[in-house]
Structure formats: C-alpha cells, structure tokens
Design a protein around this ligand. Structure first.
Ligand code: NDP
Length: 323
C-alpha cells in the first residue's frame, strides 16, 4: 500500500480506502462487512469512511462492530464520519452548532469510539452561516472528538470562505474535501478546486471512483442480478448514471484495460490514483473479492503513461482543461 499525506496535513491515509455507503447496514450484513474490511486491512488500507446518514446510522454501528471485533489498534486506523443528515426534526440535520455537536456525539456512540480522525460537513448548509459551522467544527477539534475537519461537495468559494474565517478568528481551518471524482465526473475536481490544492494545501478523499460500479464494466451488457442498480430506491442510478452514452464509453475503455493486463475496475481506480491531488480513493465493495481486485489497482498506476492517459482522454472527451 502507498500512504499519502492528506494535502499539507501530517496525517497519512492509504491511497486506496474503503467506505460504507449503500453497503453496511443495508445491502450487506455484518459478516460481509467483516470480510470486506478485513480484506482491505490486509492490503494495508488504514482509512475507513462513514457518515451519520448511511443506513440511518446503522453503517456506523456495523463498522464500529467490525473494528472492535477485529481488535485493530486505533493508532493504525483513520476513521471518518460526515455530519449533515442526522434524521428527522428541524435540528437533526444541517450544519448548525447544535447539530454538529450532537451529530458527532451520536456518531461516536454508534462507532464505539472516543474520536474520529476526520469529520466532514457532508454538504454546504445554506441555512447556517459558515462562521457558525467553522466555530462548531473548531470546538469538535479542540474537544478531541475529531482530529481534522473538512467539507464534502462544497464549492471552492465556500471552502475559501471557511478557511478565511477560521484564520481571521484563530479557529481550526478545514483540511480536506470529499468530492465525487471518476472518469465521468471531472470538472469540479480538476478545475474548480485547483485553487484549493495550490493556495490552501487542501487534501481530498474522493468518492464513487467507479461511478457506483459502472466503471467496472459490469453494466456493459445490461444490469446484472444483485448489482447496486437493482437495489430498491436506486432508480436514479439506472436513469442518470448508467446512461447508454456512458456504457458506450466504458465499452471503448475495456480494450485499453485488456492491453494493460488489468480489469476495467482496476484501470478506472488507477486513473483516479494517478492524479496527484487525490489523497485517497474511497472504494466501495459488496463482497471481499471486489476488495482484492480493487486493491491491485495500485500496480496499474505506473502503466498509465502520458500516451495512455491521452487515449483515455480522447475516449472520454471530457477533460475540463482542454477546450
Ligand atoms: P464505487 O463507485 O467504487 O462503487 C462501489 C460499488 O461498485 C460496490 O459497492 C459494488 O457494487 C461495485 N464494485 C466495486 N468493485 C467492483 C468490481 N471490482 N467489480 C464489479 N463491481 C464492483 O464507490 P461508492 O459509490 O461505493 O463510493 C465509495 C465510498 O465513497 C462510499 O462508501 C462512501 O464512503 C463515499 N461516498 C461519499 C459520498 C459523499 O457525498 N461524500 C457520496 C457517495 C459515496 P455492487 O456489487 O453492489 O454492484
């Protein structure tokens, strides 16, 4: 495993990590979570991502149980949660001082931990002043309940504002963003956020590197039984993510993976890892075999020569830095 600094921060995260969305507390049970996290840990993964919203808090319970049962040293792990969607009720969501403090406290109980390493504001909250959120996050950090705080899917302008307010008032500035980044979703990560890497030394923990599995090639011949796109409530995936145009592009990328001697999933993950502004690629898996396959993506990165990257770009046709 390779370990990367989280931007300019001193903490190091495994270049490939594992998250709990869709799977833990929902699609798969405790046993599969045990197997997937054990497989990841065996490959050197130290970062495990979660959120208060995942399976209404059950994903944190499952992950906390796995970690407790496995007996891993807390020092060897980087665990995160994200605050925003804590439940029903006017004060159970968003980024108010109240919900941030209560949300973190509740997440820690579910995880059976005294602290998380990283805590994210899961989305920007138009109904709370950024200064209130920065002050609440500073309190979370100063109370030792989290070591670093960051944002998820905030605009670059909002992040710059949060950083500026923190510096103005002597509060803890944010450290990292959790954005979507994959072969199909590039503009924000590669263009809008450039200022964050250059000016703030921001780290990134990127999500849905396979676009929910699409970039593994598994949807090239229809929707396979048991895949994420068959789950109840995931119609949006079938309608907006697994589009015929995208499937067509994945089909054109498959021969490139073949020439490199890797699977399509490994090529798509390696392509994310190749970007130096990615601190960690958060993978997802519904079974341990996927973890074993995905972790080998690290070996593919060196094979991605400028020529191959150019060929991939020409298939995708969406490089935001090319007119
Ligand atoms: P991916 O895009 O990598 O999708 C993972 C899913 O793809 C798996 O659950 C599995 O689904 C399928 N898959 C994975 N590997 C393979 C393989 N080798 N071959 C075939 N199918 C495969 O990542 P996620 O969308 O799961 O996101 C990863 C993590 O990012 C989440 O767990 C979460 O922690 C974080 N996240 C954060 C968000 C945010 O707003 N901050 C939003 C979304 C995610 P299946 O087998 O069921 O088809």
């Amino acid at each position: 495993m390779e370990y990367r600094r989280l931007g300019k921060a001193g903490i190091k995260v495994s270049a490939l990590s594992l998250g709990a969305w869709v799977t833990y507390g929902g699609q798969v049970g405790q046993e599969v979570a045990d197997q997937c996290m054990a497989a990841a840990f065996e490959h050197g993964v130290n970062f495990f991502d979660n959120a208060e919203a995942y399976a209404d808090g059950n994903a944190e319970i499952v992950m906390g149980n796995v970690i407790k049962k496995a007996g891993w040293r807390r020092e060897d792990l980087v665990v995160s949660t994200k605050i925003f969607w804590g439940g029903k009720g006017p004060n159970n969501s968003g980024l108010s001082h109240k919900h941030i403090i209560e949300g973190v406290n509740n997440a820690l109980k579910r995880l059976q931990m005294d602290y998380v390493d990283l805590v994210f504001c899961h989305r920007p909250d138009p109904n709370t002043p950024i200064e209130e959120t920065v002050r609440a996050m500073d309190q979370v950090i100063k109370s030792g309940k989290a070591y670093y705080w960051g944002t998820s899917e905030w605009s670059a302008a909002e992040i710059v504002r949060a950083d500026g307010l923190a510096r103005q008032y002597g509060l803890t500035p944010p450290t990292m963003e959790q954005p979507q980044y994959n072969m199909f979703e590039r503009a924000r990560f590669e263009k809008e956020y450039d200022i964050l890497y250059r000016e703030l030394g921001y780290g990134t923990t990127i999500w849905s590197p396979l676009a929910s599995g699409l970039l593994s090639g598994k949807y090239n011949n229809g929707i396979p039984e048991g895949s994420r796109a068959t789950l109840a409530g995931y119609d949006w995936l079938r309608e907006h993510v697994i589009t015929p145009q995208r499937v067509e592009k994945v089909k054109q990328l498959v021969p490139i993976a073949g020439d490199l001697g890797c699977s399509m999933a490994q090529l798509a993950l390696a392509w994310c890892l190749k970007n130096p502004n990615v601190s960690t690629v958060i993978t997802g898996a519904s079974r341990a075999e996927q973890v074993h396959e995905n972790m080998k993506a690290l070996d593919v990165v060196v094979k991605l020569t400028p020529e191959i990257m150019e060929t991939i770009d020409s298939v995708l046709g969406n490089n935001p830095n090319k007119a």
